[in-house]
Design a protein around this ligand. Structure first.
Ligand SMILES: [Zn+2]
Length: 302
């Protein structure tokens, strides 16, 4: 295992221009599935008022749902079942503290949230930190958020993705100092693909950056139809295979609520189906990062 990891790292650092990564089990390429958790409850008070405002004629059912506590955005178990049926595990990024108007509304200490975090972890899914809106530039914030999440999880959190992908030159240094081994905020909120033609994970100091290649809303905003969205994503997967690299997806858990996000969940399943058929190596971002980390520690390149 170590030798293989060293292999990855060696080919990775020494052949910048012509990288060939050896993925486990002789797979040609790899894929990471991830879910940023922004809105786990559709019917909190704010969401309810918004919906009533948008659609005053149909305001009874959201009220009913609010009172009966029905929550169509609670798709965690559904996602776990879908992914498990393919033999895949994914990473869920949770926000640990609300500090800014753009931060998610849920409270990490909410019992339902704590329980689902523990359940995901027990079942082998990874929990990462979804750094709050202002934390990219503030070590104290990120440190506090990491600690809160770890106190629930009772283990170290090694990965981060920033909410809104906020990032500057200070962010990787902060993350590294706090003991994160990877980040996955390098991506675009406008276009799917390999941003700046960076086809492979790369390092900021000791921090591994795993680029984010495709986000649900970005893909659907960019595509005029389901079929066009599928063609775009299929081409990306084919590119990842050709370059023997890693492709990373982010599908927010709420978009599996079909009546509101028509076809988004279906397309996700189509992706899983396709990468399964193509025999991609699929693992959590944390486990992929550990492969690179082991290689770096073995010091293959000395
Ligand atoms: Zn977010």
């Amino acid at each position: 295992m170590d030798l293989f990891a060293a292999d990855i790292y060696a080919s990775f650092v020494t052949m910048e221009k012509k990288i060939s990564i050896k993925w486990p089990e002789n797979r040609k390429f790899a894929a990471c599935l991830s879910h940023d958790v922004d809105v786990p409850f559709k019917y909190n008070l704010v969401g309810l008022l918004k919906e009533v405002k948008q659609n005053p004629k149909n305001s009874l059912s959201p009220f009913y749902n609010f009172i009966t506590r029905e929550n169509p955005y609670w798709q965690f178990e559904n996602i776990m079942e879908i992914e498990k049926s393919y033999g895949f595990k994914s990473t869920f990024f949770f926000c640990a503290k609300r500090r800014h108007i753009k931060d998610p509304y849920y409270h990490i200490k909410n019992n339902k949230i704590q329980n689902i975090i523990k359940k995901l972890d027990r079942e082998g899914f990874e929990i990462g930190l979804h750094g709050s809106y202002l934390s990219y530039n503030n070590k104290k914030y990120l440190e506090e958020e990491k600690k809160i999440l770890e106190s629930i999880l009772k283990k170290k959190v090694i990965g981060n993705r920033q909410h809104f992908l906020n990032f500057n030159q200070k962010t990787p240094k902060i993350l590294e100092e706090l003991g994160f081994i990877y980040d996955s905020s390098f991506g675009s909120t406008k276009k799917v693909g390999f941003k700046n033609n960076k086809y492979y994970p790369f390092y900021y100091g000791k921090l591994l950056e795993i680029p984010l290649n495709a986000m649900d809303a970005v893909l659907f905003n960019q595509s005029k139809s389901y079929e066009k969205a599928w063609q775009k994503i299929k081409k990306l997967i084919d590119d990842a295979e050709k370059k023997s690299t890693l492709i990373t997806f982010n599908w927010h858990q709420r978009v599996f609520y079909e009546p509101e996000f028509r076809g988004w969940g279906k397309l996700y399943i189509q992706i899983l189906d396709y990468i399964k058929r193509k025999n991609a190596y699929v693992n959590t971002l944390g486990n992929i990062a550990k492969l690179f980390e082991n290689g770096r520690r073995v010091g293959y390149n000395k």
